[in-house]
Design a protein around this ligand. Structure first.
Ligand code: FDA
Length: 319
């Protein structure tokens, strides 16, 4: 099929600065980007956040950016998060009972915090994440660390373990397409853990990842069962109707009620379904990205959805 080659091509383009220069210059790109990204500024992100919180949904906010190439850039990312947390502070419901899910969360990519800087990248990312986690803790906001490509997983999970000692509410993302993830779910499903389970968005080799959709889905369900029967707080990140209904069923089988797990979807994807689930008393959190560095995120969203790619290519050729 077309998507068999298109997906890897788009995911490779997501890493190409040459393609980035081309794609970001096309005027029509903007309209499509706006579907997935809440804006370039903090003010736009706050307006979208207020709309989402007003509809009864929870939120996790991501300041877009990945692969910081120098320490100054990583530092700028930290400043963006600190500014964001200052804005969020007044929106946090402090009357909410302790132990209840927090309505507001931020999501971080360690690569944007310096994880792969040539000297001491791990330590720099850890210290930067600590600064953000401290500010978030003071503001009553949760933090979850995103999962990037498989070469980062060991480093990310070891930084997360270290952070977790000081910030026990810290969450982390696991990707069901990785063959290792069932084991990681077992290791991390203990009391107090928060695991966001997604399928995985990068182009990974067969040696480390399932590449066939049916196999990814089966792995997702196996991981889901481990998390739901564990002692932590599972966060089910998927737009797939099959995963959403399985999650609700498996939650009930494990005696979980709506405050014991949550569903999560990306900003702009299946919005009506997000509202419908919220109306059915499912806790639904929206992952809301904002900022100027939307290119990599946008290309991964295109790669997931052939219909979006078709729309994009038609717009390019009709210009
Ligand atoms: P999949 O893409 O397999 O789609 C299955 C079905 O879902 C489709 O057939 C359709 O029915 C429905 N669907 C999907 N997209 C739709 C759309 N646009 N409109 C209508 N229906 C649609 N990845 C990663 O590698 N690291 C990370 O840290 C994260 N973080 C993250 C957080 C959250 C909250 C979410 C929801 C996702 C992520 N991801 C991620 C992305 C994730 O790995 C994955 O790439 C996407 O969620 C797409 O996978 P789905 O599970 O949605 O199903």
């Amino acid at each position: 099929t077309v998507t068999a080659w298109l997906r890897p091509a788009l995911l490779a383009s997501a890493r190409s600065s040459r393609m980035e220069r081309v794609v970001t210059k096309v005027p029509v790109t903007r309209a499509l980007v706006d579907r997935f990204v809440a804006g370039e500024t903090e003010a736009e992100a706050m307006a979208a956040t207020d709309r989402i919180l007003g509809s009864g949904r929870y939120i996790t906010i991501d300041h877009l950016g990945e692969d910081a190439t120098d320490a100054t850039r990583a530092d700028t990312t930290v400043s963006h998060y600190l500014d964001l947390l200052a804005q969020l502070d007044s929106r946090v419901d402090r009357s909410a009972a302790a132990g209840r899910p927090r309505e507001i969360e931020v999501s971080l990519k360690l690569s944007a915090l310096g994880q792969f800087l040539p000297h001491d990248g791990d330590r720099i990312a850890l210290e930067n994440a600590q600064r953000i986690c401290s500010a978030a803790e003071a503001a009553g906001v949760w933090v979850t660390v995103d999962a990037e490509d498989h070469t980062t997983t060991d480093s990310t999970l070891s930084i997360v373990r270290e952070l977790h000692e000081d910030f026990p509410s810290l969450g982390t993302v696991l990707q069901a397409y990785l063959r290792r993830t069932e084991g990681d779910c077992r290791d991390l499903a203990g009391p107090g853990s928060r695991i966001r389970l997604c399928k995985g968005a990068y182009d990974e080799p067969e040696s480390v990842a399932y590449r066939d959709k049916a196999q990814v889905d089966e792995s997702y369900l196996r991981c889901l069962r481990i998390l739901m029967s564990g002692k932590g707080y599972p966060m089910v990140a998927s737009h797939d109707p099959a995963m959403v209904s399985a999650a609700r069923r498996i939650a009930v089988e494990n005696g979980r009620t709506s405050g014991d797990y949550e569903m999560q979807m990306l900003y702009g994807i299946r919005d009506a379904e997000q509202v419908r689930l919220t109306d059915e008393a499912v806790h639904l959190r929206v992952y809301l990205p904002y900022g100027q560095e939307w290119y990599g995120y946008f290309m991964r969203r295109l790669a997931e959805r052939p219909a979006n790619v078709g729309f994009f290519l038609r717009s390019l050729t009709s210009k």
